[in-house]
Design a protein around this ligand. Sequence first.
Ligand code: FE
Ligand code: FE
Length: 209
Amino acid sequence: MKEYHFHKMEKKLKKYMDEDRFIHTQGVMYTACALAMCHNADLAEARLAGLLHDCAKCIPNPKKLKICKRENIPVTDSELASPYLLHAKLGVYIAREKYDVTEREVLQAIRYHTTGRPEMSLLEKIIYIADYIEPGRDKAPNLPQVRRLAFQDLDETMYVILRDTLSYLEGGSGTIDRTTEKAYQYYKEIHERKETSDGYVKENGKACV
Ligand code: FE
Ligand code: FE
């Protein structure tokens, strides 16, 4: 990865964010770093993606839609209904244009940090999960368990977070994105496959290699 001046970027980002969002950003950045250390991911990329994942979050919604129109960024119906969803797509644009980020991996992690998607890369999972478990979060169910699981099994953590997020959204608290549903199906299948192989282990009394 090319050299970035992290502290300069941090200072710049701080100007475009309210205080709470900046504190959350730092929480995500350091949590992403810890997860990268644990799961052998590229530390510098995790740090950069964590820092910039919400770089478009504090743009007012009408301006978000205006930029999308100007830059020919397609807006789905669910994004139109809840423009906050756009900050991930728009974050890619801002990271590229305003922070000169060129690494595709980093841009993809910003792109999918809100909805998730099937077959996420290691870095995408790390940013998605760090966003959910960073120390400032306190609303989600089962946080202590999810935080522990994140340092053991990223796919299983994706399953649990997506499951809990969908049941929260189904309770009428937000718009459900199609990509999130697809992501849930994908990680649910991995979860179920693991459950079956656990059953196999129990039945045969052998350790799984
Ligand atoms: Fe976000
Ligand atoms: Fe965030």
